[in-house]
Design a protein. Structure first.
Ligand SMILES: [Zn+2]
Length: 137
């Protein structure tokens, strides 16, 4: 039904002007303008902004030799490693930090229940009093 309507209109256009037969659906003579309605390549305007943790932002790989960095994830009072809800690290970096702290402790670079006094006044990466995510208990 629809095809027959189209073919009839083509025939009508062709009978009026035989030059139009080559491009029966084009209204303009410029072939570039006839592509105006085609989709164009563009960035997705609705794409979510990717949130990166502080170590990923600066592309820092935690190492047991970098005790000053690791100390920033350790409590000054108990020497415990802060959880991910406080540090705001992504899961892989948090696991890496915990692994490297354990490594540093086992070779004697860091204390188990103490934080080196040298690093007490280091800038705070996060506030333990105000966790980034609320804890489940
Ligand atoms: Zn990360």
């Amino acid at each position: 039904m629809f095809l027959s309507v189209i073919s009839r209109s083509i025939r009508r256009v062709a009978s009026q002007n035989p030059a139009n037969l080559a491009r029966p659906f084009s209204t303009t003579s410029d072939p570039k303008e006839s592509n105006n309605d085609e989709p164009i390549d563009m960035e997705n305007p609705f794409e979510k902004e990717k949130i990166k943790c502080i170590l990923c932002q600066h592309n820092i790989e935690p190492s047991y030799k970098n005790v000053q960095l690791l100390s920033q994830f350790q409590s000054a009072y108990t020497g415990r490693i802060y959880g991910r809800h406080i540090t705001g690290l992504c899961k892989s970096k948090q696991e890496k930090v915990e692994k490297e702290i354990a490594k540093a402790q086992s070779v004697g670079f860091m204390g188990f229940v103490t934080k080196d006094v040298k690093y007490i006044k280091d800038p705070k990466l996060f506030d333990p009093e105000r966790p980034i995510r609320s804890h489940k208990y």
